[in-house]
Design a binder for this molecule. Structure first.
Ligand code: SF4
Ligand code: SF4
Length: 188
């Protein structure tokens, strides 16, 4: 009996204390680790703050991914570039998710009906990436190469002359589609 008590005191107790210490230390570091991961994820997001992901801004979406409340496929402006970089970043972490091209949202781009545009510049003010050119009382146009398809310019337009359409396929964005899928090679 004494031997067991001695063993308990000399071996198991320090071991248990050590494990407890490591565990509590890890728990203490968790918020800092999560903040660091949130900031890395946020750094990969397009910073359009457009809310297309369902969160008020890019940082909130990054927090949701770290909290496990959202997957990495929710950012339309970021497109496949952002999803594949997020999958790469999260590889090896508990948050890792496969990059699933089948749920990609096809890239969208805004277009202005220049016949209807009254040149009120409200869309220019709304666009987070300066993808619209024009001057007061002059026709406005969207620069498709810059537009992320976030849709933020649509609501402020008083004559509703802005629409979103599928973006033109560019070599940089071409992805072979899965055999049998209906959308042949259009994803961004
Ligand atoms: S033009 Fe419109 S849809 Fe395109 S990035 Fe600007 S606000 Fe978004
Ligand atoms: S908000 Fe609409 S009407 Fe105003 S400048 Fe832009 S496209 Fe033209």
């Amino acid at each position: 009996m004494d031997l067991i008590v001695t063993l308990l005191i000399t071996l198991i107790l320090p071991l248990a204390t050590g494990i407890l210490f490591i565990y509590s230390d890890r728990r203490k570091q968790e918020p800092a680790r999560n903040e660091e991961l949130t900031s890395s994820i946020n750094g990969l997001l397009p910073q359009t703050q457009c809310g297309a992901c369902g969160y008020p801004d890019c940082h909130s979406y990054a927090e949701a991914i770290v909290a496990g409340a959202s997957d990495i496929h929710q950012c339309p402006p970021g497109g496949t570039d952002t999803v594949s970089r997020l999958a790469e970043l999260l590889e090896g972490t508990a948050l890792f998710q496969h990059y699933d091209t089948s749920i990609d949202q096809p890239p969208l781009v805004a277009a202005i009906d220049e016949q209807l545009c009254i040149g009120c510049v409200k869309c220019i003010i709304a666009c987070p990436v300066d993808a619209i050119i024009g001057a007061a009382k002059q026709m406005h146009s969207v620069l498709p190469k810059i537009c992320t398809g976030c849709g933020l310019c649509i609501a402020p337009c008083p004559v509703e002359c802005i629409t979103l359409a599928l973006a033109e396929t560019r070599i940089k964005r071409f992805v072979w589609s899965k055999p049998g899928s209906t959308t042949a090679g259009v994803h961004a």
